[in-house]
Design a protein around this ligand. Structure first.
Ligand SMILES: NC(=O)c1ccc[n+]([C@@H]2O[C@H](COP(=O)([O-])OP(=O)(O)OC[C@H]3O[C@@H](n4cnc5c(N)ncnc54)[C@H](O)[C@@H]3O)[C@@H](O)[C@H]2O)c1
Length: 485
């Protein structure tokens, strides 16, 4: 990016502002209608963040009526969706009744694979071909849960439509693309009394859930500080024409500047700090580096292939974003996002308290003083603090898989809660607030890292909401159907 343009964007306070990857600043001239629109979006973030809200009904701790059988419709069968169908087909009490993707062959292939493996157990109807074919599926009255694995801009419209049409919604991360959408999720879930769970699978990874259990039992003392991240070099996949459908993820990353994908690092830390259930995020501040890589990558590819010309955009974006959050109870959280730099994968997952610390990346470590504990000592702690869910299905989850098993533990827990009428571990307030951090970070980046309040989506209920229950009490009854690929 030319330094003149970069300076203009910084000074005009427009840096990084766009709507859901539509690239409002892309190539637009100074003072254009698009930049006016971008300014207004910036104002809207600030306004929506300040919104006063009165809760209609508290979905935290809410038990929906038990479902003996959970009938699922899936939408979005690209790289992520088919694995979810596979995992769910291994869970007792699940019936896969509908599959939807814009691209017919994708839905057909998933159905074929499912039936080859499970025979007549599932006979899903397929919905495809039109941008809104999914509505036909959601209009059915024999679906209990819609499982949404589409591009980001469809998450809230689909989750809201599902709840409005009598279904629970399980939606991939992040749950929304504007703060207004975050509020829509909260309002709709409260009004319809339907669950809206964001599928934050990292909350079920083995070390994350171990440290949650340790925190609950006081091992770390009072939690002071946590760190998380999404550091994952995705340049090749983002630029791959056969990767994300219609290059949606590249468009998001080319046109926005902030912590675009915050929830993998943030979710587990929020659970450990009892955010929305004893504490709440208060405000944040965010800073991004310049973009040292993506413009050049687009330019390099465009030289040999006209397809990439549309991505040679002089928008203000960054490679590394660092966001810091303070909670009402005085704790701090640091979240990083970088999907371009050549670095090993990391979600950091650091938990620091008055009595000890744990850190997952680059290597799992625990300490209660100056030196890290030995591998044997960590192993002993792992045995002592193994959470109930890991005891119940941990080994099975590793076999069935999905990021080493965490995806399966998440899906199994969701179904077990629905079948036993238990509250979900992740409610709509978690979906909204964890997602909002990324959106608010874009405002802060565009405003020289000024702080911005994180809305309290619980409208004060955080003070009395119960923490996530790790005991499996009242549940744990759902069996795993052992069938390999
Ligand atoms: N939690 C995780 O670990 C994890 C991992 C990967 C992806 N994800 C999330 O999963 C979601 C999907 O990612 P992906 O990698 O599968 O992307 P993808 O592009 O491979 O798949 C998206 C699918 O949605 C379909 N789609 C697009 N518009 C549609 C419409 N109008 N109606 C029906 N289908 C439509 C596309 O055809 C495509 O098959 C994203 O939100 C992503 O952030 C989460």
């Amino acid at each position: 990016m030319s330094s003149n343009r970069r300076e203009f964007l910084k000074l005009s306070g427009l840096a990084g502002i766009s709507i859901a990857g539509t690239g409002l600043l892309a190539g637009c001239a100074t003072g254009s209608a698009a930049e006016e629109q971008a300014k207004s979006n910036l104002d809207q973030i600030a306004q929506q963040a300040k919104r006063k809200y009165t809760q209609q009904f508290n979905m935290s701790g809410y038990s929906a009526p038990k479902l003996d059988k959970v009938r699922i419709g899936f939408v979005g069968l690209g790289m992520r969706g088919p694995g979810a169908v596979y995992r769910m087909s291994n869970i007792e009490g699940v019936e896969i009744v509908a599959l939807c993707d814009l691209i017919p062959e994708r839905a057909e292939k998933v159905k074929q694979q499912l039936q080859e493996r499970t025979g007549t157990a599932h006979n899903p109807t397929l919905y495809s071909g039109k941008e809104d074919s999914w509505k036909e599926m959601f209009d059915r009255d024999d679906i209990d849960l819609v499982y949404i694995t589409t591009p980001w801009h469809l998450h809230t419209p689909q989750a809201v439509y599902a709840m409005e049409h009598g279904k629970h919604a399980a939606v991939e991360v992040p749950a929304a693309t504007t703060i207004e959408e975050c509020w829509q999720l909260v309002e709709t879930s409260e009004r319809t009394k339907k669950h809206c769970m964001m599928l934050e699978n990292c909350c079920y990874d083995f070390f994350e859930i171990l440290t949650l259990n340790m925190a609950r039992q006081g091992y770390f003392g009072e939690i002071i500080h946590g760190e998380g991240a999404y550091i994952h070099q995705l340049v090749d996949l983002n630029f791959d024409k056969n990767g994300y459908q219609d290059m949606w993820r590249l468009k998001e990353n080319m046109n926005r500047n902030g912590s675009l994908y915050p929830t993998h690092g943030l979710g587990p830390i929020c659970q450990i700090m009892n955010v929305n259930r004893g504490d709440v995020m208060d405000y944040l501040t965010s800073v991004s580096s310049d973009d040292f890589m993506m413009y050049e990558e687009a330019q390099k590819r465009a030289e040999g292939d006209n397809f990439y010309k549309e991505f040679v955009q002089d928008t203000y974006r960054g490679n590394m974003n660092t966001t810091t959050i303070r909670t009402k109870k005085g704790r701090t959280i640091m979240i990083q996002h970088d999907v371009t730099s050549p670095r090993p994968y990391s979600r950091i997952h650091l938990v620091s308290g008055t009595k000890g610390i744990a850190r997952k990346w680059p290597e799992q470590k625990i300490a209660t003083g100056h030196g890290w504990l030995s591998k044997e000592e960590v192993k002993a702690l792992e045995e002592q603090y193994t959470p109930e869910i890991v005891k119940r299905i941990g080994e099975m989850a590793k076999k069935i898989g999905g990021h080493g098993g965490m995806d399966f533990m998440m899906d199994w827990r969701l179904i077990d809660c629905l079948r036993n009428g238990l509250p979900l571990d992740q409610d709509v307030y978690d979906a909204a607030s964890w997602t909002a951090v990324g959106l608010l970070s874009e405002w802060s980046v565009a405003n020289r890292s000024n702080s911005i309040d994180v809305p309290d989506f619980t409208a004060g209920a955080w003070q009395t909401n119960a923490p996530v229950d790790l005991s499996l009490a009242g549940g744990g009854t759902t069996n795993v159907i052992v069938k390999s690929n």
